[in-house]
Design a protein around this ligand. Structure first.
Ligand SMILES: N[C@@H](CCC(=O)N[C@@H](CS)C(=O)NCC(=O)O)C(=O)O
Length: 232
């Protein structure tokens, strides 16, 4: 049996891994870290050169010297292929394989960097009338609109089946909005998908373990959850 520990910085993308492990029915433990005040506390920074969450510790092969893996996308592929028998992924022979691979990588490779560019434009004081700010805003709308179009005609990102692409993307429209407010009223494909995905028992169980204080209704509402306020 796998001996897995997920290191999760609370209110963050680390929740993806417990969500995946719950879906796959793979046992794990979770070690929680609190933001200090916004970023990782020293204990998490010491664990890995990047000091970011999630981290997966796998003591299955060598309990004395467990493997430590960072990057949520890498962890998702590792778990699915090593312990999940490929479940929640689509094989190359599947007609939606290209869609699966595309959306699996879209959240970390495109959506998040696009949203953070706008976040920094605002943080560094660019006025909303500034063309450079407007360019970042236009690109966010393009990325979110693109995802919404996909979800207007499909139940899940890769088509009819729930896959790891949905696991990777969910937090971008739930917990991530605690840092990057985004109204989803104009994106009914995304809000309907959020309801479907977050109603899954695996998501509910994962969030109870990762962030029991989060208000799940607020996380999926079109208006979005309240801004994150660090504990003093
Ligand atoms: N691309 C990485 C990003 C990891 C990351 O930046 N995680 C955030 C949590 S949402 C973090 O740990 N931030 C704390 C810090 O950078 O100090 C992944 O997908 O795992």
């Amino acid at each position: 049996m796998a001996k897995l520990t997920v290191h999760h910085l609370q209110v963050g993308q680390g929740e993806r891994i417990p969500f995946l492990l719950e879906e796959l029915g793979i046992p794990y433990e979770v070690k929680l870290y609190q933001r200090s005040p916004f970023l990782a506390p020293p204990e998490l920074k010491e664990k890995h050169p990047m000091g970011a969450s999630p981290l997966l510790e796998d003591a299955t092969s060598d309990p004395e010297n467990p493997l430590l893996l960072a990057e949520s996308g890498a962890i998702v592929e590792y778990v699915i292929n090593k312990y999940g028998n490929g479940r929640l992924s689509l094989p190359p022979t599947h007609s939606s394989y290209a869609d699966y691979v595309y959306w699996l990588h879209f959240s970390n490779g495109n959506l998040q960097p696009t949203i953070f560019r706008k976040f920094y434009a605002r943080m560094f004081g660019l006025d909303e009338q500034d063309q450079r700010y407007q360019d970042t805003d236009e690109r966010v709308k393009r990325a979110v609109g693109h995802l919404n179009n996909c979800l207007q005609s499909n139940d899940y990102l890769a088509g009819d089946e729930f896959t790891a692409a949905d696991v990777m993307t969910t937090w971008c429209f739930t917990t991530m909005r605690r840092f990057m407010p985004m109204d989803l009223t104009e994106y009914p494909g995304i809000t309907a998908w959020l309801k479907r995905v977050t109603a899954r028992p695996a998501y509910q169980r994962a969030m109870k373990k990762c962030d029991p204080d989060e208000d799940l209704e607020a996380l999926i509402s079109a208006a979005g959850p309240p801004r994150f306020v660090p504990k003093s």
